[in-house]
Write a new protein. Structure first.
Ligand code: PGA
Length: 258
């Protein structure tokens, strides 16, 4: 049974007080919601947001981590620090990290291993650029990204893993993948996972969609059989639209969620 997941990625937005205010106002709307709700605020607001979320089902996570346990890495944040701040998950391999900060598949693999070792839930982001899609390389790119991140890792360690399929051309552009295009990629991701870890694993794992997800398109997206939720950037910054997405997330027709 895959419980729907609505995850907000705030990127480089919101101060500590803005984050706490958002979390406090959000929690009453989450009561009795069957949907999982996660938020990744900036590092500075992690602890305060986690504190504000205590006693609720809202999970707070980080947007990045360093692959090493500790050391002379000026400006970096370790898995232990993230856990210490009260976070439970961490985004790994977001396309902005891959493209703007030159993260490689090998580096992403190291971060994923570190997160697992520390007990943080990895939210692994994968997705193709527009160029890769137009050249017909979407499946190849997804296969490489997933195999390099997860190949050889023990199945039992990946039970809580969540994968976000985020076509780079749809992130922050207002251009959403059509539900059909998104579903095709989600199916492919599940096929890759079946090949690597077997059928029962790939059936259980949550694969969420990211890229201009918003209240207007969330229902069509998550009604697809293999889309188990959304990773939301822009539309997660506004409380009303995020709450709307949580409500729409629980009212959809996907039989897997009933
Ligand atoms: P967006 O961002 O919803 O603003 O497109 C999604 C993401 O980067 O995770």
């Amino acid at each position: 049974m895959r419980t729907p997941l609505i995850a907000g990625n705030w990127k480089m937005h919101k101060t500590i007080s803005e984050s706490v205010d958002f979390v406090r106002k959000l929690i009453p709307f989450m009561r009795e919601s069957p949907v999982r709700v996660w938020i990744a605020p900036p590092f500075t607001a992690l602890q305060a947001a986690a504190e504000a979320a205590k006693g609720s089902s809202l999970q707070i996570g980080a947007q990045n981590l360093h692959a090493n346990e500790e050391g002379a890495f000026t400006g970096e944040i370790s898995a232990k620090m993230i856990l210490d701040a009260g976070a439970s998950f961490v985004l790994i391999g977001h396309s902005e990290r891959r493209l703007l900060f030159h993260e490689t598949d090998a580096g992403i693999r190291k971060k994923l291993e570190r997160a697992l070792l520390a007990g943080l839930i990895p939210l692994l982001c994968v997705g193709e650029t527009l160029e890769e899609r137009t050249q017909g390389n979407t499946k190849k790119i997804l296969t490489t990204q997933i195999e390099k991140a997860l190949g050889g890792i023990m199945l039992e360690k990946l039970e809580k893993l969540v994968i976000a399929y985020e076509p780079v051309w749809a992130i922050g552009t207002g251009e959403t993948a059509t539900p059909r295009i998104a579903e095709e990629s989600h199916q492919w991701v599940r096929e890759i996972l079946t090949g690597m870890f077997g059928n029962s694993f790939s059936k259980e794992i949550s694969i969420i969609y990211g890229g201009s997800a918003k209240p207007e398109n969330i229902s069509d997206l998550i009604n697809q059989e293999d889309i188990d939720g959304v990773l939301v950037g822009g539309a997660s910054l506004n409380l009303d639209s995020f709450i709307q997405m949580i409500h729409l997330g629980k009212n959809h027709d996907n039989p897997l969620f009933h």
